[in-house]
Design a binder for this molecule. Structure first.
Ligand SMILES: [Zn+2]
Length: 130
């Protein structure tokens, strides 16, 4: 079960036909997703009247992206949520998307991905461009 699915069960009100584009079996980012959503959960518990919707969770250019919409939150709270999602995005470049081992963003045949040495035995050229 994907990390996101557990959150959909726990907070169905956060998800309105979300697009989840994380490959089945790719569990390496579970911790990042759990961290981000736990922090969001804490923050949102103080703002019961606001609406918060996760629109997309996906892998883009090799990194984890979490997009959301909110309504009724104070600007600083909204900014904090954006920071949290951005932080998960930053950290995902160093975590193998399949197994969670420490890894580096690499590029192979034009596709970006984050794989550790055992998940990409044929190697991926590390890259710092993007
Ligand atoms: Zn791996």
């Amino acid at each position: 079960m994907l990390a996101v699915d557990r959150w959909i069960e726990k907070h169905p009100e956060w998800f309105d036909q979300p697009r989840i584009d994380i490959e089945e079996g790719h569990e390496g980012w579970r911790q990042l997703i759990d961290n981000a959503f736990s922090l969001a959960e804490q923050i949102l518990s103080d703002h019961a009247g606001a609406s918060f919707r996760i629109v997309q969770v996906k892998e883009k250019f090799g990194a984890l992206r979490i997009y959301f919409h909110e309504k009724g939150l104070p600007t600083e709270v909204s900014d904090r949520l954006r920071e949290i999602m951005q932080c998960a995005n930053d950290q995902s470049s160093y975590v193998c998307e399949i197994c969670g081992a420490s890894a580096r963003l690499g590029k192979r045949r034009g596709c970006y991905s984050v794989r550790c040495a055992s998940c990409a035995p044929d190697g991926r050229a590390p890259t710092s461009e993007i």
